[in-house]
Design a protein around this ligand. Structure first.
Ligand code: FMN
Length: 393
């Protein structure tokens, strides 16, 4: 096996020959190993969690296992699965989204086996959608009201469900703990909690739709309490030596301009509470990774999270693509996106602004994306088009 240094030299040489003309100097910064709470990752590339609506009845079948294996065997250092719902009656918004309980666990075991068979690493993204269940969707237990802080999906709309009771919140915490323990038992390399994009935990974080005046609302500490209780309970159950990621975002599917934190001080307050509960790494979702989070510095959200929390961080958002994710309207996810240069990302990576880089649509379109980047075969990359969503490949 070639040494890392020789391989890096080979990569840079390959970059000079790259027909796209992109400057790939520094690409080796993406292919340095990284250790996350004892888990050694061969490189810095992470497959971002992406719902595929391809698990009928909530059960991931062999095609799902093959889909993840394909990315693992092509140099994707860590896979975070699509959101998979915990064992709570109103956790899901689609019967085609995989569950993480009951009969689905056999399918997940197969996924882990397939990814591990090729030396890959994988974590499930554990999910509860809260108030994001829409009447137009097909999901289990439609007769039951959704669970959320105040029954609001958007600040300017009327509540569509009663505020969650303390007993309901306890049941959700237990469902997350159960899922985390199952993940460890099945051999997953860690877990990610979905605390972003306007789903359950984020509904608590986001003041405009968390109108509670009890201990789960009122102020930042109150709005963070439900996530803190869940993470602390998971940490006690799985032990200190099991990697635990938390995905957070300022933006919401309901409102791209939303902000949880308007200043580094506000972000520090939020992250300190969450880090104290047992988070190992913050997965900081942006739609464009190159956007500065606060004025006066070019650090992005993951950059600030790493600096303020002293935990590891993952960036994401239009890596390798020219157009950002759009999840709304008739053209949702429908915009094709050309291949874009990585030089800005590589500069940030080289100065360790963040530790890991998650890649979404580029890896949907091209399961060999990481391998081609490593080998400098940029001219062979496949651009993202919505057809990538039509099948699991
Ligand atoms: C089809 C699709 C499904 C997604 N599903 C999830 C999900 O289940 N959980 C999540 O946290 N983010 C989800 N996302 C967001 C991605 O993880 C990622 O943050 C986003 O696509 C931006 O990265 P990209 O520009 O590299 O695609 C999804 C994105 C896409 C395109």
């Amino acid at each position: 096996m070639r040494s890392t240094r020789n391989r890096a030299a080979g990569l840079i040489a390959a970059a000079w020959r790259d027909p796209t003309g992109f400057d790939m100097a520094g690409v080796e910064s993406l292919f340095r190993p990284f250790t996350l709470n004892g888990l050694r990752l061969p490189n810095r590339i992470v497959m971002a969690p992406m719902t595929r609506w391809s698990s009928p009845g909530g059960i991931p079948a062999d095609d799902v296992a093959a889909y993840y294996r394909r990315r693992a065997e092509n140099d994707c250092g860590l896979i975070i699965t699509e959101g998979t719902t915990v064992d709570h009656p109103v956790a899901s918004y689609s019967s085609r989204v995989p569950m993480f309980h009951g009969a689905a666990l056999k399918g997940w075991r197969r996924v882990v086996e397939q990814v591990h068979a090729v030396g890959g690493r994988i974590m499930p993204q554990l999910w509860h959608v809260g108030i994001a269940r829409r009447p137009s969707q097909d999901y289990p237990n439609r007769h039951l009201p959704s669970v959320s802080p105040s029954g609001l999906f958007l600040p300017d709309k009327k509540p569509v469900a009663p505020p969650a009771t303390r007993a309901e919140l306890r049941a959700v915490v237990e469902a997350f703990v159960k899922a985390a323990c199952q993940a460890r038992k099945l051999g997953f390399d860690g877990i990610e909690i979905h605390g972003a994009h306007g789903y359950l935990f984020d509904q608590f974080f986001w003041a405009p739709i968390n109108r509670r005046d009890d201990e789960y609302g009122s102020n930042l500490e109150g709005r963070t309490r439900f996530a803190v209780e869940t993470i602390s309970a998971i940490r006690s159950a799985v032990g200190n030596d099991y990697p635990l990621l938390l995905r957070i975002s300022q933006w919401k599917e309901q409102d791209y301009a939303a902000k949880l934190a308007r200043s580094p001080e506000e972000l520090r307050a939020l992250l300190t509470l969450l880090a104290g509960a047992g988070v190992d790494a913050f997965h900081c979702s942006q739609r464009r990774y190159w956007e500065a989070e606060f004025t006066g510095s070019d650090l992005n959200l993951a950059g600030w999270a790493k600096r303020l929390s002293h935990k590891s961080s993952i960036t994401v958002g239009s890596v390798g693509l020219s157009g950002e994710l759009s999840t709304r309207g008739p053209g949702a996810l429908g915009q094709p996106s050309a291949i874009a240069a990585l030089d800005g990302l590589l500069e940030r990576m080289a100065r360790d602004e963040f530790d890991l880089v998650a890649v979404g649509r580029a890896l949907l379109a091209d399961p060999t994306w990481a391998r081609k980047i490593r080998e400098g075969r940029l001219g062979e990359l496949t651009a993202y088009t919505p057809e990538a969503l039509e099948r699991l490949y």
